[in-house]
Every structure is written in structure tokens, then in C-alpha cells.
Design a protein around this ligand. Structure first.
Ligand SMILES: [Fe+2]
Ligand SMILES: [Fe+2]
Length: 232
């Protein structure tokens, strides 16, 4: 299979993956949600948001392409907020948490679900230690490409249940747009390295491992948001 055909078929597979089509996301988009339920989601998900850029900084020095830093630059500019830290992605996410009425002191006092800890530990280790092609599978297809589809369900849930300003959910809406661009940046790098079947397997393994952790993360949220809370 040539590199382009491989990538298209991987993307098809990702869109149908249990993590991307997770019942948690479907329920989030269709159920009536209490503020408390959205807060529980918001604080667990914040832990992933805070750390995402570390995956890229772990990976970058191990990519052999001379223009890798230049290509990553476009994504870093969005992640760090370009000219102002107030528009960094974690900062946009904190606007969301504030919009949910969560005081700053609660952001750092989150009791991690075991699934959240598992996700973070595995991703930090894999992006640091695994082959860079495997790492590209994690950050490119399994994050940048998959996120717009997953976030659309979350955005529907916010709009149905919260009287939020557009600014409060900008973290999510901006990713639906930006991550499509980011996925293209990663695809540019990836296509150079997936000419062989062995490398295609390596890249796919990275993406599928990442999505398996994502599925587990949503499993944890499904329990915490829908099974352990009493709607108020
Ligand atoms: Fe981001
Ligand atoms: Fe992104």
C-alpha cells in the first residue's frame, strides 16, 4: 500500500474506532447534563490538556527530518498562543473551567481517575521512549486527526446544557478547526516515513495504542459522570 492510501485507510479506521465513537461522547451530546456532571468532565479532561504539548517536545528531538522543528512550529504557535500566553490552549481551557464556575483552587486539587493517570503516564512514556514513527502515530492521527470528531459531541453537550458564551467553549471550538490543520502538518511528516509495511505497522500501532488509552479514559468518565453522580 502506498503512503497516501495507507493514511486514508488509517483515518477511516480511526473515525470508526470505539474511542472516537464512544458511548460517553454520545450520551454527553444527547443527555440532559447537570453543571456538576460537566464540571467532573472538565476537571479530568484538563489534566490531558495541560500535558499535550509535552508529547510534542518529547517527540521532536527524535524526528530525523531537518524541517521537523519548522513544521512543528505551526502547531506550537497555536498551542502556546502565539503572541500572548493568554491564548495558549491550557489558558483557553481555564476560561472554560471558570465559565463552569470552578474556582482556581479546585483546578489543582483534582482527584485523578485511575484511567486519567494511566493515560498520562503511558503517553509521557511512549512519546519519550518509543520509535518516533510510533510517536507520530500517537500525536498525529490519534490526537490531531481524531479530536475534531470527538469534540463535536462535547460541544453539542455544552450548547444543550450550559448558558455559555462562545468564548467559554473556545478551547473546544478552536480545536475543531485548528486540529484539521495540525493533522495535515503531521501527515506531511508521516508520508515520508510510511513507505514500508513495517513502518506502516509501527505508525498504526502507535495510533491504536493511543486510542485504546483514550477509550479507557472515556470509560472512566462514563462511570464518573453518569454512574457515580446524582444529577442535580
Ligand atoms: Fe491544543
Ligand atoms: Fe492540535
Amino acid at each position: 500500500m502506498d503512503a497516501q492510501t495507507f493514511l486514508r485507510s488509517l483515518e477511516e479506521e480511526i473515525l470508526q474506532h470505539d474511542a472516537v465513537q464512544h458511548p460517553f461522547l454520545k450520551r454527553f451530546a444527547s443527555d440532559t447534563l447537570s453543571l456538576k456532571q460537566i464540571q467532573i468532565f472538565g476537571l479530568q479532561h484538563y489534566q490531558l490538556v495541560k500535558i499535550f504539548v509535552n508529547y510534542m517536545t518529547n517527540l521532536l528531538p527524535r524526528i530525523p527530518d531537518e524541517d521537523a522543528a519548522e513544521l512543528f512550529r505551526e502547531v506550537f504557535d497555536d498551542e502556546f498562543g502565539q503572541h500572548t500566553i493568554f491564548r495558549s490552549h491550557p489558558s483557553l481551557y481555564r476560561n472554560f473551567l471558570k465559565g463552569l464556575g470552578l474556582p482556581e483552587e479546585s483546578w489543582g486539587r483534582v482527584k485523578f481517575l485511575p484511567e486519567t493517570t494511566q493515560y498520562l503516564e503511558a503517553h509521557l512514556e511512549l512519546t519519550r521512549e518509543a520509535d518516533f514513527i510510533y510517536g507520530l502515530g500517537i500525536v498525529g492521527p490519534a490526537h490531531e486527526f481524531a479530536i475534531p470528531t470527538m469534540f463535536n459531541d462535547l460541544i453539542t453537550g455544552f450548547k444543550n446544557n450550559l448558558a455559555v458564551d462562545d468564548e467559554d467553549i473556545e478551547y473546544f471550538t478552536c480545536h475543531v478547526v485548528q486540529d484539521e490543520e495540525h493533522a495535515l502538518v503531521f501527515n506531511k511528516l508521516i508520508t515520508r516515513h510510511v513507505e514500508t509495511e513495517a513502518n506502516q505497522k509501527l505508525l498504526r500501532d502507535g495510533a491504536m495504542t493511543c486510542l485504546a488509552y483514550r477509550k479507557t479514559f472515556w470509560d472512566g468518565l462514563q462511570r464518573a459522570v453518569f454512574e457515580e453522580t446524582i444529577s442535580s
